[in-house]
Each structure stands twice: as structure tokens, then as C-alpha cells.
Design a protein around this ligand. Sequence first.
Ligand code: MN
Length: 306
Amino acid sequence: MGPVSNVAREILEGAQSVGEVLLAREVPLGGPRALMVRRTLPHRVRRMIGPWCFVDHYGPDSTPMVVPPHPHTGLQTVSWLFDGEIEHRDSLGNLQMIKPGQLNLMTAGRSIAHAELSRSSTLHGLQLWVALPDESRHQEPHFEHHAELPVLRTEDFSATLLMGELGDQRSPAATYSPLCAAEITLHSATAVIPLQSELEYGLLAISHEATVNSRHLPAHALLDLGAGHTSLTIFGAPSSQYFLIGGAPFEEELLMWWNFVGRTHDEISAMRENWEAQHGYAAVAYEGERLPAPEMPVTRLKPRKP
Ligand code: MN
């Protein structure tokens, strides 16, 4: 063994963790003939990345998305499309079409209800949830649509910034803890994306497999990178797409059940009863039945560490 390989070993041993690959599982999005989604968070081995507690990727698919009115609490929903159109209707009276490259961001706070319906023959997109920290989870609900978003552009990649900060860009979308969400498109075979070392990150391969920080990332899988990185390096096909999420490690114990994010069994139970009684919810403009909540489990729900 010469000095070069010793150096190589030191670099390897001193390097940050290269990350763990989280494979998606397929889940039907409600009802018969349902749209199938690929869910990578929460995952058996990793419940959250920063405040990101839910990552669904669907399509390209011609199955319609029909999600009747249903409630949310304690979180933000992030809707993002690569192809197609979805109409959002909520209990505050918002009616908003979303197209590729636009952000629909719904801050549920104490409670909101919405319906989502595809308005195109094919769909390809993401639905993500951000857990709200305790001091902001009881706020009044509100909805934002951002048609124009900042783009971090280099010779090697473009990153459309939905939320938070990336490089010298900052999104106007409302956030309640340090975080980042960006769609990345490669222009060459290699791209080096700037990261903040105090945030933990995940990279979802949208269209193609890639090699990320020397790990093989299959298409549709999420690489859990952890914190401590100042950059990540993607080797992939030119014009391949990725979705980056990041955030400060979320320290609070959470209880996620159905569409609610809370902290205790009794709180979730009260959220469920309020939805069933339509207490605190204005009607969503929608022809059809709202989604009833499932029965609470017989055993008490326990909050979990992120
Ligand atoms: Mn929803």
C-alpha cells in the first residue's frame, strides 16, 4: 500500500456519511381505480428529513386524481407538478389551478379542508407535507399560490426553489422552520449543489437513476443524506430531474394519523371528532361527499421521535 492509497483511505474514513437509499412503496390514493403513489416518507427506517414528514410521488399516469374534501391540521401541504393540471378548492374559499413549475402551499395550522382534482389527461407530480413546529401549528390556516419562483442557475444545473434557501436564492413562500425544497434539472452529466451543513437533506430521483455522493440512487428512490454536507454531487443523465428537500432536524415528537399531525392521542381524537361533526370547518365547494375519517384504533396512539 503506497501513500496514495493511505490518503484515499483517510479521505474515505473522514468523509461524511454518503447516505442511505430509501426505496418507495406503492400506496393507492383512496378508493377503487385510485391513483397509485410512490411514498418514500415516512419510511420504516426514517420518519422525517428536517420537518418533511410525507413525500408522495405519482405518475406520469392517466389515472385521474379525485380527492374529495378532507381535513388537515398541524402541517403545510406542498403540491408540485412536472406535468398536468390540478384544481385545489379549500374551506377558506380558495379555488386555484396549479400547473408545472408553480407552487400550491397550504398552511393548515389549526385546521383546513381541501379537495384536489386533476384537470388534465396525464399527471406527474409530488405531494409533500411539512410538520409545523409547536409555536406555529395552532395558527389560522392560509393558502398561497406562487406562479413565479426563484431559480438558481449554473452551467450544470437549474434549481427552482419552492421554499426556503438554496445558494444565494430565497423563496417568498411562508416557512416556519429552516428548510429548503427545490426541483433540480441537470444540464450536464455532473452537478454540484450547494448545501447548508446544519440542515439535513434528502434527494428524490424523479426521472432517472443517478450516482449521488458516490451512492447509486435508483429512479423514484430518496437518498437520505443526513446533515453535515456543504454540497452534494449528482452524476446523472443530462436533463434528468431530482427533487431536493432539507431542513433543520425536527426535535419535537409527532403523532401523524390520517391527515392530521398532532402531539397526543387525545388531541388527534378531538381533531377527528371536529371533522366528523364539521365543527370549525366551512364547506368546500365540491359536488360530492367529503371523506369520512377512519375509526380511531383501539389502542392509544403514541407520539414518535422524528
Ligand atoms: Mn390533502
